[in-house]
Design a protein around this ligand. Structure first.
Ligand code: ATP
Length: 310
C-alpha cells in the first residue's frame, strides 16, 4: 500500500524562491523512506507539506489515501511528526511528556498512562522516567521526542533531521529505534537527513534532493549503480597539475574534481592500477567503494555536507 504519494509538487515562497521545483515520489507502507540533501534543498518544506503544516503552491500530495489540502484533519490523526531541532520542555519528565502529548491528541488519560509506560520500556527510557528533560543529554532528549511520536502508534512518522547534532553513539541509538518501529510494528517512516551514512544505513528507498528537485531516487543499490563504477579512488594531491592527472586517469573511468584533488570512479582493477601508479610517484591516495556522496557529486558537482567533507 502506498502511504505517501506526491505528484508534481511545487512550493514557491514569496515570488521566486522555488523550495520545491516539481517533486514526485511515492512511499510504500512498512518502509523507511529517506530524503537526503544539503541545507536548503527543500527537505523541511517537503515534510511540512506532508505533515499538513504548510500548503503546496501546486501539485498533489496524499498521505494514507487522504489529500493534504482538503483532508488535513484526517491525516493529522494518523501521523506523528518530530520537527527539526524540536526540544522537549525542560521542566517535564519523559513520562509527563508522553502522557501530555497523547492526551492532547485525544487519547483517554488512563490509556495515555499505560502507553507512556510501555513506550518508555520499549525504548529503554525507564531509567529516565522521572528525570526532568533539562537534565538529560542531547541524545536522550531526542529519544524522548521520538518516544512521544512513537507512543501514538501512528502509521506514518515524519522525522526531520532526527540525529542532527548528536554524537555517533546517540545517533546509532536513534537509528535502532527507527528500524525497530518499522520492522516490529510494520509502520512507515519518512525522514530527512543530510548525513549520507544515515540515509544509506536506514532507508529502504531514498531520494537525493537538491534545489527542490530529485537528483536520484531508488534503493541505495539502485542509486549507486547509476555511477557505473564500483570503486572510488581519491587522489589527494595532483600528480603534476590537476589537469594532467585528469587526463591520465580518464582511461580508468569518470574523473571528478574534489577539493584540492580528484576522485576517479572506476572498477576494482582500475582502482588498484591507479593506486600503484600513485604510490610509485609518491602521491597520497585512498580507495573505497562508491557511496551516495559520489552520486551527488557526480550529478550536482558539489558535496552534500561541506562541513563533513572539511
Ligand atoms: P535545512 O536542512 O537547512 O532546513 P532543507 O533541505 O530542509 O534545508 P528548506 O528548509 O525546505 O530546506 O528550504 C528550502 C529553500 O526554501 C531554502 O532556500 C530556504 O531558504 C527557503 N525557505 C524555507 N522556508 C522559507 C520561508 N518561510 N520563506 C522563504 N524562504 C524559505
Amino acid at each position: 500500500m502506498k502511504v505517501l504519494e506526491a505528484r508534481d509538487l511545487y512550493k514557491i515562497y514569496g515570488t521566486n524562491i522555488r523550495a520545491l521545483d516539481g517533486i514526485s515520489l511515492s512511499v510504500e507502507g512498512g518502509t523507511v523512506f529517506g530524503l537526503l540533501g544539503p541545507n536548503g534543498a527543500g527537505k523541511t518544506t517537503f515534510v511540512r507539506i506532508v505533515a499538513t503544516q504548510l500548503l503546496p503552491s501546486s501539485g498533489r500530495v496524499s498521505v494514507l489515501g487522504y489529500d493534504v489540502v482538503s483532508q488535513p484533519t484526517l491525516i493529522r490523526r494518523r501521523i506523528a511528526v518530530v520537527p527539526q531541532e524540536g526540544r522537549p520542555l525542560s521542566l517535564q519528565t519523559p513520562y509527563e511528556h508522553i502522557v501530555t502529548y497523547l492526551v492532547v491528541r485525544g487519547i483517554d488519560f488512563s490509556e495515555a498512562k499505560k502507553r507512556a509506560e510501555s513506550t518508555l520500556s520499549e525504548l529503554n527510557l525507564q531509567a529516565y522516567r522521572n528525570t526532568i528533560c533539562a537534565n538529560l543529554s542531547g541524545g536522550l532528549r531526542q529519544r524522548v521526542l521520538i518516544a512521544m511520536a512513537m507512543s501514538t502508534d501512528s502509521d506514518l512518522l515524519v522525522l526531520d533531521e532526527p540525529t542532527i547534532g548528536l554524537d555517533p553513539v546517540a545517533r546509532v541509538d536513534v537509528w535502532n529505534l527507527i528500524r525497530d518501529y518499522v520492522i516490529d510494528g510494520g509502520k512507515t517512516i519518512l525522514l530527512t537527513t543530510h548525513y549520507m551514512e544515515e540515509a544509506e544505513s536506514l532507508s529502504d528507498r531514498l531520494a537525493i534532493v537538491n534545489r527542490g528537485r530529485i537528483v536520484a531516487e531508488g534503493t541505495v543499490t539502485e542509486i549507486r549503480s547509476r555511477l557505473g563504477a564500483t570503486h572510488v579512488v581519491l587522489v589527494k594531491k595532483s600528480m603534476t597539475t590537476q589537469q594532467d592527472a585528469e587526463v591520465e586517469f580518464a582511461r580508468y573511468g569518470r574523473v571528478l574534481r574534489a577539493g584540492a584533488g580528484i576522485r576517479v570512479l572506476t572498477s576494482q582493477s582500475g582502482a588498484s592500477e591507479i593506486a600503484s601508479l600513485c604510490l610509485k610517484k609518491n602521491v597520497e591516495v585512498s580507495i573505497r567503494q562508491v557511496n551516495l556522496e559520489d552520486v551527488f557529486i557526480s550529478e550536482v558537482g558539489e558535496q552534500i555536507d561541506a562541513e563533513q567533507a572539511a
